[in-house]
Ligand binder design. Structure first.
Ligand SMILES: [Fe+2]
Ligand SMILES: [Fe+2]
Length: 242
């Protein structure tokens, strides 16, 4: 009697939305419905998600740009940094522009200036992370001295009667008199509030500048035991169950 070779089929892997994306579902109906599907052929997503590009073992900053960041953020950051470079800004300021919305790449958009500042803090000059954090407040406030006006698209985004929350009002007051105000203000100046997808810039154009001003850990971002390594790992495996 001949036995047929058993064909192994890979289990189906469920991706549960991050809790922050399902905050309105406090009864967790969506999560419960997904978990009810678990069985011999169905497990949860953990580790490399085949729908995403595989990251190298020791990922660099540019690996995240190339393999993880959504194209809106990718183009936006590169266009901002290019504008700053063309305007003759110093390299620290160009780097701040290149990294200012890094949290939006694939991590989180809420309070993105704060998350972004934390992500980069161990690897950049303190002035750069400070500037990234405070651009979140400064972008709401005009500065006639440098011809910065309230961004017109924000009226469309937030409505005409939007009131800046108090914690950002306070952050603005703090930033205004700070010695690094100009660096953070520069981010808002070269920030493109209208997103232009037609301009394609390769992130490799900033490789030298990153090499000079971003202290890449030799173990790779996510694996250097820094206080923020888990945040980079979350971007490597954004669909992990736990
Ligand atoms: Fe921003
Ligand atoms: Fe931006």
């Amino acid at each position: 009697m001949s036995s047929q070779p058993k064909t192994e089929t890979a289990p189906r892997k469920l991706i549960l939305p991050q809790p922050i994306s399902a905050a309105a579902d406090r009864e967790c109906r969506g999560e419960r419905a997904l978990l009810a599907q678990l069985g011999p052929d169905t497990i949860v997503m953990q580790g490399d998600n085949p729908a995403l590009a595989k990251m190298p073992e020791k990922p660099t900053l540019l690996d995240f740009f190339r393999l993880r960041f959504g194209m809106i953020t990718y183009n936006h950051l590169l266009q901002s940094a290019t504008l700053a470079r063309k305007a003759g800004q110093n390299e620290k300021t160009i780097l701040a522009c290149l990294l200012h919305d890094i949290a939006n790449g694939v991590l989180i958009r809420t309070d993105h200036g704060y998350w972004g500042a934390q992500l980069i803090a161990p690897y950049v000059d303190e002035e750069v992370s400070w500037a990234v954090q405070h651009h979140q407040a400064l972008r709401f406030y005009p500065d006639p001295a440098v011809n910065y006006e309230y961004p017109e698209p924000y009226v469309r985004f937030f409505g005409a009667d939007y009131v800046v929350p108090e914690y950002l009002q306070m952050a603005y007051e703090t930033a205004r008199g700070h010695r690094w105000y100009g660096t953070s203000r520069a981010i808002t100046l070269y920030d493109l509030y209208a997103f232009d997808d037609s301009v394609a810039i390769d992130c490799g154009e900033f490789e030298d500048l990153i090499g000079r001003h971003f202290k890449q850990p030799k173990e790779g971002l996510g694996f250097d035991n820094s206080p923020v390594a888990h945040m980079w790992r979350t971007m490597i495996w954004p669909t992990n169950f736990l």
